[in-house]
Design a protein around this ligand. Structure first.
Ligand SMILES: Nc1ncnc2c1ncn2[C@@H]1O[C@H](COP(=O)(O)OP(=O)(O)O)[C@@H](O)[C@H]1O
Ligand SMILES: [Mg+2]
Length: 252
């Protein structure tokens, strides 16, 4: 009996070791031990069963294609705790703030950022705004629905060969729902943070989104609208003025 147990245990460890090797291969050396441990935890919890490849590698984060145990595609956004860009960006906010005496705390701030993105996604998703379904967040790792097919992410709005007014309408309606129902303003909306899958738009990248109480929420809303209007006009699509759209969005 005990022999079987030991054999099983060895087998289990072998499996684990093999898995770890795969993981290391997939996630490369950009991540520190702490991040890898967090990833193991999420895998052991059964949220992720397999890490596949990198989808997009940015200065502040990397997005991976992964699988859950039912073979569904997942997107795993991992914030880089070592990112200098991020540290510099964050430093502006914590500099001179007596609550952050130790700059080492940036790791915790990045965790907070990931939690914030998850929470914003959840609020937006619950308000039926078209966003990737949020699944899980832990430390600097955010797991969500994969937008695309077979590990290939859907194109960004900016990469579409042609645009049409229908896409514009979907976006403006999403901004309106986000504002009136979710009570959020995205605050970094542009052709770079909208994915388009089979003619359906998905708004992504909610880390910086703010609630309506934020003193700059109105300016952010206006800027979001302007970005979208500018992008469609540049592509020769006739769209209403910023002011008209703003008025339409604000009437609940
Ligand atoms: N849920 C998702 N499914 C598939 N690809 C995604 C998903 N979320 C993000 N991506 C891809 O990763 C890129 C970066 O994601 P984003 O959230 O915009 O992070 P960043 O902060 O780097 O701009 C996106 O442009 C998109 O190509
Ligand atoms: Mg982005």
């Amino acid at each position: 009996m005990w022999k079987d147990d030991i054999t099983r245990e060895i087998e289990k460890r072998r499996l684990k070791i093999r898995k770890d090797e795969d993981l290391f291969e997939t996630v490369e050396e950009v991540f520190d031990t702490r991040t890898l441990m967090a990833l193991y935890k999420i895998i052991n919890k059964g949220i992720i069963s397999e890490m596949r490849g990198v989808v997009k590698s940015g200065k502040e984060s990397r997005v991976y294609w992964a699988k859950d145990k039912n073979d569904n595609d997942l997107a795993v956004k991992i914030y880089l705790t070592s990112s200098m860009e991020f540290r510099k960006g964050i430093f502006q906010y914590i500099q001179g703030d007596p609550r952050f005496k130790v700059v080492k705390d940036y790791r915790k701030i990045i965790y907070t950022w990931a939690q914030k993105e998850f929470k914003n996604l959840q609020i937006a998703y619950d308000a039926e705004v078209s966003v990737p379904r949020p699944i899980y967040v832990y430390e600097n790792i955010l797991v969500m629905e994969f937008i695309g097919e077979d590990g290939v992410p859907a194109p960004l709005l900016r990469d579409l060969p042609t645009l049409n007014i229908e896409l514009f309408n979907q976006i403006i309606e999403s901004i309106k729902k986000l504002y009136n129902k979710a009570k959020l303003v995205h605050a970094d909306l542009s052709e770079y943070n909208i994915m388009v899958n089979n003619n359906k738009i998905y708004i992504i990248d909610f880390g910086q989104a703010v609630t309506l109480e934020h003193p700059m929420s109105y300016e952010f809303l206006l800027r979001d609208i302007r970005n979208i209007v500018r992008f469609f006009r540049k592509s020769g699509i006739e769209v209403p003025d910023d002011e008209a759209i703003l008025k339409w969005i604000k009437e609940a």
